[in-house]
Design a protein around this ligand. Structure first.
Ligand SMILES: [Zn+2]
Length: 484
């Protein structure tokens, strides 16, 4: 027998004078072995939990390409179990329930145990505030009052193990700018009670629309077109149901809506699950302000005011691809394309094409080759690009000037033939005295070479204030005499 035990597992600690049986040693090993299994099981559980948590944050972009349907049933009345749940169960549909947390377990409302059971069956419980007070679109409510109803309701959900704690459904569907700011302190998503399907992504995650399923509205003319639109646009339609309201939900009208969606191949997921597919991957700032950045799961971006709006264009290689129509470029963006020589049309040089497309009246292009630069704008009357206008660069200007101004004293004679000068240019030459065959004093000669019939030269001798002129003689291919 051991005199002492270890504090945690109660293993034997033998003193030198203690006797022991071999079985006692085995007993210790058994305890250690059992504990080891227990610990490794817990590590498995923890890593599974951490995996599930991480998964919540991922954005499955492929999911954005299918239409999606969700149902949020408001107020957690017991009638949900009587009317809605059997119809949902029969179709394998999981929904979200918006819980007024102070009413849980009170007369006519579901109990915490019933809500936990629903969550266990993969329904989702989200917040509908503590008390359903109509204060979110009110100027008389205080910040403290609004915050308490949001915060306490969320705390209740978290403390009782409900997963939908980052979504609140506004009582009466209303929220104003001030309340929205307070909501954002606690919740990721805020849901309204009106609106149709979500067609554009990303969207305002604090003003998420819902369309009610209502017995007093005609299915064919009211709800059906919205369901069809959601399917056609691959949108997200969140239905509002009030199971507790006999004017809104009965077996017939709920069945009709559910079966129509299913007949069209629509997929139902609880709000939080659907959000992983259709929700924003990024929601920064207030969606209604210009100072924001929102991104959908498939990469649509909104609120780019502060970001450069550049689009990398492709390499254009087919003949005259430089003249591709304005519609091939994105409006509101600057597209930078590379253009191969063969695709550059008359310019016949490779380069970089920058297309700045706003609307048709304000769209222009710049094309830069290795040494030249062009610009042109879109012609709204012909729906084609106008002719290129070439920028004259300082380099080009210098080249042009050098062609006409011969710097330094001319080494040639005064009587070099017309062909010694560049055509369509005026060449200004300084003639040295010993090259001056006319006055022998030197001066400034300007040769204007057009075609051979219209070419002439002027000469201002250095010692006289007179300008002499002579013309090119086509018959003799020589200069005529100088005259005044
Ligand atoms: Zn409500």
């Amino acid at each position: 027998m051991a005199s002492n035990k270890t504090p945690n597992l109660g293993l034997d600690i033998w003193q030198p004078e203690d006797f022991f049986k071999r079985a006692e040693v085995n007993n210790n090993f058994t305890k250690i072995d059992a504990k080891s299994k227990e610990n490794s099981d817990r590590i498995g559980d923890l890593s599974k939990k951490s995996y599930e948590e991480n998964k919540k944050g991922t954005s499955p972009f492929y999911g954005n390409d299918i239409p999606m349907f969700s149902i949020i049933d408001d107020d957690i009345t017991t009638r949900f179990l009587d009317i809605s749940k059997p119809l949902l169960d029969a179709r394998g549909i999981k929904v979200s329930l918006a819980a007024i947390t102070n009413r849980v377990g009170t007369s006519g409302y579901l109990t915490k145990e019933q809500l936990l059971q629903l969550q266990k069956e993969n329904h989702e419980i989200v917040s509908h505030t503590t008390n359903h007070a109509n204060i979110y679109n009110s100027d008389t409510s205080t910040d403290a009052e609004i915050e308490a109803s949001l915060r306490d309701s969320q705390n209740w959900l978290i403390e009782n193990g409900f997963n939908g704690y980052d979504t609140v459904v506004y009582p009466y569907g209303a929220v104003n700018a001030r309340a929205k700011k307070l909501v954002a302190k606690y919740y990721k998503n805020g849901v309204r009670s009106s609106g149709d399907d979500i067609k554009t992504f990303p969207f305002d995650n604090l003003q998420i629309p819902r369309k009610g399923i209502r017995a007093n509205e005609d299915f064919t003319t009211v709800l059906k077109p919205i369901i069809d639109s959601c399917i056609a646009n691959k949108g997200w339609l969140i239905f509002l149901t009030h199971s507790g309201d006999t004017n809104e939900i009965n077996t017939n009208n709920l069945t009709q809506a559910l079966d129509y969606v299913l007949s069209k191949g629509g997929v139902f997921l609880p709000f939080g699950e659907a959000y992983k597919y259709k929700g924003n991957a990024l929601s920064i700032g207030d969606f209604t302000s210009s100072n924001k950045l929102f991104m959908s799961n498939n990469g649509n971006l909104t609120g780019l005011d502060s970001l450069p709006n550049l689009v990398p264009g492709s390499l254009l290689t087919t003949a005259n691809a430089i003249d591709n129509a304005r519609s091939t470029y994105q409006d509101g963006k600057v597209t930078v394309s590379r253009v191969a020589t063969g695709a550059s049309g008359a310019i016949n040089e490779g380069g970089v094409l920058i297309t700045s497309s706003t609307d048709q009246y304000y769209t222009y292009q710049t094309f830069i080759t290795q040494t030249r630069m062009f610009t042109r704008r879109w012609d709204t009357s012909t729906n084609t690009w106008k002719a290129w206008v070439e920028y004259v660069t300082t380099d080009k200007l210098t080249q042009d000037v050098n062609k006409t101004l011969v710097t330094g004293t001319n080494t040639k004679t005064m009587d070099d033939p017309l062909t010694a000068y560049t055509q369509w240019k005026e060449t200004i030459v300084m003639i040295a005295a010993d090259k001056d065959t006319f006055k022998g004093q030197g001066g400034v000669m300007k040769v204007t070479r057009l075609d051979q019939y219209y070419s002439y030269a002027t000469f201002k001798p250095s010692q006289e204030n007179v300008i002499y002129v002579r013309k090119w003689n086509v018959g003799t291919s020589s200069w005529g005499s100088w005259g005044v």
